[in-house]
Design a protein around this ligand. Structure first.
Ligand code: FE2
Length: 394
């Protein structure tokens, strides 16, 4: 077995109602009293940030609410957040929301302590250093950002998606309370849930994977595959929500110390160019990438099929891989995710740009099957052709 390493420094709490323990945990972990609460504006309507603010203020914290967070978060918002963090002399950050809020928070925490711009870190022009302490409270089950060392930020001027990655970016604390996820609308539940499954598949199969990542991925695959259709069709099914939040966490622990791969490289290109929601962009490329990846890599994909519970130990690897492709197709169809042809702004005239962005993505080299620009082009063709077939059938 080749040598490997695994790092995780995030203190975790999981369970219904655990949000009440937030003030005590922040005190225990030495977060300081002045909290910068980062959230996405969509959550304000649900009242969750206000509820958290009153819990914190009631426990003697002083809280500044920052909701300048967008899907596919922008570098400019992170810089504005760092400025406000400094102006209010805050000590630490609590992020409540989905991946965008958490990635914005992690980047603000870095800029607030180390200065500079997100691009300077992503391009290697500036060294990472200690960040302000970050606590993450995910309200969607998908990104796993609460335990990862990365933040994906879009450069507003160029639409380039940049991945900031360093151990300093890993949150000090993650609080996962499934009750906070029951109000997530079905379309968001579906898209973020597919992202979580892709994290488990790519984290398990990529060239950077290792036994500990795979142990987490194995658990995540089955949980997410079984729970997502239930959480989508019955939003108040708290058991399904709990399984999804746990599955998403385990998937984060899987890929967070390994990598993602081709699905994410294409999805990030789409998200940067057209602002396509991350989970939807993942969903449209999942099957085309799998059809490419299984060639010559049947054994690892047969393992994935068995962990998902769609193939038996006794099945041949070839049969297990076929079941994986068939079952994922059925599974995605239940979630009503739009095909690539119906996504806002997506245009085949941009194929070259998408391929170029995907090739430039640092995770391309982690894909289980080596990639070329021609391979990416063939995967894109497959995504469009299968979207066309789906529409004809539908
Ligand atoms: Fe993702």
């Amino acid at each position: 077995m080749p040598p490997f390493s695994y790092a995780i420094s995030t203190n975790l709490v999981f369970g219904n109602g655990t949000v009440a323990s937030l003030p005590a945990k922040l005190t225990e972990l030495g977060f300081g009293r002045r909290i910068f609460l980062v959230t996405d504006p969509g959550l304000l309507d649900a009242g969750i940030p206000e509820r958290l603010k009153s819990v914190l203020d009631g426990a003697g914290f002083s809280t500044t609410l920052f909701s300048q967070v967008r899907p596919n978060p922008r570098d400019s918002d992170c810089m504005a957040g760092a400025k406000e963090f400094a102006a209010k002399r805050c000590d630490a950050i609590v992020a409540v929301g989905g991946g965008s809020a958490m990635d914005t928070a992690k980047t603000i925490a870095l800029l607030a302590r180390q200065g500079g711009t997100p691009s300077a870190y992503a391009d290697g022009l500036r060294s990472y250093g200690e960040t302000a302490p970050v606590a993450c409270i995910p309200t969607t089950a998908g990104t796993g950002s609460e335990v990862t060392r990365s933040a994906v930020i879009t450069e507003a001027d160029t639409h380039r998606k940049m991945t900031l990655k360093h151990e300093w970016l890993r949150p000090a604390f993650a609080l996962l309370d499934p009750e906070l996820t029951v109000t997530v609308p079905p379309s968001v539940t579906a898209a973020t849930g597919v992202d979580a499954l892709v994290h488990a598949i790519e984290g398990y199969s990529c060239t950077k994977s290792q036994p500990i990542s795979r142990a987490f991925g194995a658990q995540a695959l089955g949980l997410i595959y079984r729970a997502l259709p239930r959480a989508y069709s019955t939003p108040d099914d708290l058991d399904a929500r709990s399984d999804m939040l746990l599955g998403s966490l385990l998937a984060g622990l899987c890929f967070g110390s390994a990598d993602v791969a081709a699905v994410h490289c294409l999805a990030e290109a789409l998200g940067g160019l057209y602002d396509t929601p991350h989970g939807i962009a993942n969903a449209v490329f999942l099957l085309p990438v799998l059809r490419y990846n299984v060639v010559g890599h049947e054994a690892i994909h047969a393992e994935i099929a068995r962990h998902m519970g769609v193939a038996a130990q006794a099945d041949s690897d070839g049969d297990a891989v076929q079941r994986l492709l068939d079952e994922i197709e059925q599974w995605l169809a239940q979630l009503d995710i739009p095909p690539i042809t119906r996504l806002n702004g997506v245009n085949r005239a941009d194929d070259d740009r998408i391929v170029e962005l995907a090739m430039a993505n640092g995770s391309t080299s982690s894909n289980v099957r080596p990639l070329t620009a021609e391979a990416y082009r063939a995967i894109l063709d497959d995504a469009y052709e299968s979207a066309q077939e789906g529409r004809d059938i539908g």
